[in-house]
Design a protein. Structure first.
Length: 229
């Protein structure tokens, strides 16, 4: 029988995202998180409003979403208890966070230039998504204790960089799910995926092209505007 319980968190398992943004002084910031979901070429992030990443996104309105595979777990873990905010907020200090100015250096990730946004990409991540902010909404604003603490940030992807090792050999623009092994965060612990499908999926009978979003064409336009004449 099921039991009624009250777990403190409900992080049942989602892929890790390492967000690169630009700080007030122009230096890059990296922050790992896992509260993200995807619809077409849009991504929705759940972030603490007081975080350095949230501040950077509100100000600069752009970022890179770097998706590590399970092989980059060490890079991500070195970022886990670091913050770009200085001084460190008391609630973070009480949990063991420390200020780090150069997140790329401490993590081991290598910065590489982006094509359409200022924040750099993390070279080692097999998936790198350049994105711009389209909307920011408060979460739990109905609660006086939580109001202003959590943000829901909608991003539009405008450039996708994929490592050849995760692509289908015979289908351009298709990621091979048998090759892509995202790093998963479940209840604050790291996991990977087992090899192979559990069983065939009826949903996979629908071609991926059926879900193509107009944002893909908008992304092409963004790139064309930056192409030297």
């Amino acid at each position: 029988m099921h039991q009624r319980q009250e777990p403190a968190i409900l992080y049942f398992g989602t892929p890790v995202v390492v967000i690169s943004t630009v700080n007030e002084d122009g230096s890059p910031n990296l922050a790992p998180m896992s509260s993200a979901f995807w619809l077409g070429w849009r991504c929705v992030l759940g972030l603490g409003a007081s975080s350095q990443t949230a501040r950077n996104l509100r100000r600069e309105r752009e970022c890179v979403l770097n998706l590590p595979s399970q092989h980059e777990v060490g890079f991500v873990d070195r970022l886990a208890l670091t913050t770009g905010k200085n001084p460190v907020p008391p609630w973070k200090a009480s949990r063991g966070y420390r200020h780090v100015q150069d997140k790329f250096e401490v993590s081991g990730f290598t910065p590489v230039p982006s094509e359409t946004v200022a924040p750099p990409r993390a070279h080692e991540c097999p998936v790198q998504l350049e994105a711009v902010v389209e909307a920011i909404h408060g979460v739990a604003d109905d609660d006086a204790l939580l109001r202003g603490n959590i943000l829901n940030i909608e991003l539009r992807i405008q450039r996708v960089h994929l490592h050849p090792s995760i692509l289908m050999a015979d289908q351009p623009n298709h990621i091979d799910p048998d090759k892509w092994r995202p790093l998963i965060m479940s209840f604050q612990k790291f996991y990977g995926l087992s090899d192979g499908q559990l069983q065939p999926s009826a949903l996979s009978s629908i071609p991926e092209a059926a879900y193509r979003s107009p944002d893909v064409d908008r992304a092409r336009e963004a790139g064309a505007l930056l192409t030297p004449m």
